[in-house]
Design a protein around this ligand. Structure first.
Ligand code: SF4
Length: 375
């Protein structure tokens, strides 16, 4: 099993909290798409011998692509891969891009899942974040997606937003329930340095809820999702039965994937990780010369152990004793020793050979993982 990730590094404008690699100018859009087509022809050996199961268009904003761009990309993929066994093909969308024409343009392609960047159902929140869409466009987009051929869809939400009260957060969740979202990704807002949001907070033009309030938002979300039948299968992801994100799950389970486009990362499923240059003009120029501009690293057994702990601790399936043993007894002992205080304080539970975070432990996932790292 393997996947392809296609990075579209363009957005109409930059959200105030965003520190991703992207351009708010469409100047290189056609050149980048042409380069991605060529990169597909330059890299088919990376996944050689592995069945292609998922494709994911991420960004940036892949929904700025035209139906012609998508058709070109799928034709090129089909020329180099078998698309017969695809389980999931996802496109990340901003709600204002999801029009009847957009959905129609993707019918007849392998796209079968949409990931909608809702973030909040409130116009005040959307303005504070500098999102390009409105609440009205969120409902229109959801309506179109629900009546499309897609097998599943998901929406992104952010809690801990400026001035967000518990009442406002619960109201967002109620609206999520009202639109029957089969999958939710929900993240606490993080304020990254050198973003507009950071600047506003520093200048006291916006005020964030305190840590206690953000913790309460996450607790309320976990309770709310559990009561409505969502599986909390990854720390930021909740799915109704049969709607887990297959592509993202394959990252967490260490499967191979090829990243195409500027800044895209790849992993060979064993120990090689590589990442393309994050600069659009350099990427375009080098690909035109037939060279994929990437840097790579070979992961050591300790790196692989650290990555395993970091990702698996976030999953409901947890860290497996058998997996650690397979890496070597040294790793099993290291992990057991490092997490024993967290087992005692009931942040982690061991059952049937798997260590899993409790709901209380989910608040400290990163810290607990780093306690078990080998550095
Ligand atoms: S749409 Fe996503 S990638 Fe684009 S600026 Fe906003 S947060 Fe960043």
């Amino acid at each position: 099993m393997s996947g392809i990730y296609i990075h579209i590094p363009f957005c109409k404008r930059k959200c105030h909290y965003c520190n991703f690699h992207l351009s708010a100018s469409m100047k290189y859009k056609d050149d980048v798409v042409a380069a991605i087509l060529k990169e597909i022809s330059l890299t088919p050996d990376f996944l050689k011998g592995k069945q292609l199961s998922t494709i994911y268009f991420g960004g940036g904003t892949p929904s700025i692509l035209s139906s012609e761009d998508f058709a070109l990309i799928f034709n090129q993929l089909e020329a180099h891969y078998s698309l017969d066994c695809l389980k999931e093909v996802t496109v990340e969308c901003n709600p204002d891009d999801v029009t009847p024409d957009f959905i129609r343009g993707l019918e007849g392609t392998p796209v079968n899942r949409y990931s909608l960047g809702v973030q909040s159902f409130y116009d005040g929140d959307l303005r504070a974040l500098n999102r390009t869409h409105t609440k009205k466009q969120v409902f229109q987009a959801i309506e179109l997606i629900r009546h499309s051929n897609a097998k599943s869809w998901t929406l992104d939400l952010i809690y801990g937003l400026p001035e967000m009260t518990m009442e406002r957060w619960m109201s967002n969740l109620q609206m999520t329930h009202a639109v029957d979202a089969p999958h939710i990704s929900a993240y606490a807002l993080t304020v990254e340095p050198r973003t507009a949001l950071y600047h506003f907070i520093q200048k006291r033009q916006l005020r964030l809820p305190d840590d206690g309030q953000v913790t309460a938002h996450f607790d309320a979300l976990m309770r709310w999702a559990g009561e409505r039948g969502y599986e909390h299968y990854e720390i930021s992801n909740y799915a109704l039965r049969g709607h887990r994100a297959v592509h993202n799950s394959s990252y967490w389970e260490g499967q191979a994937y090829l990243g195409l486009g500027p800044g895209a990362h790849s992993f060979d499923g064993a120990f090689i990780r590589r990442w393309n240059v994050r600069n659009n003009p350099i990427y375009v120029r080098k690909i035109a010369r037939g060279e994929v501009p990437y840097t790579s690293e070979m992961l050591t057994p300790d790196d692989l152990y650290n990555e395993y702990v970091m990702t698996r601790l976030r999953l409901s399936s947890g860290v497996s004793r058998m997996d650690l043993s397979g890496m070597g007894e040294r790793y099993l002992h290291r992990f057991e020793e490092a997490i024993s205080p967290h087992v005692e304080s009931t942040l982690i539970q061991l059952s049937e050979g798997h260590w899993r975070l409790t709901d209380a432990g989910k608040h400290f996932a990163d810290r607990i993982a780093s306690d078990a790292f080998i550095i």
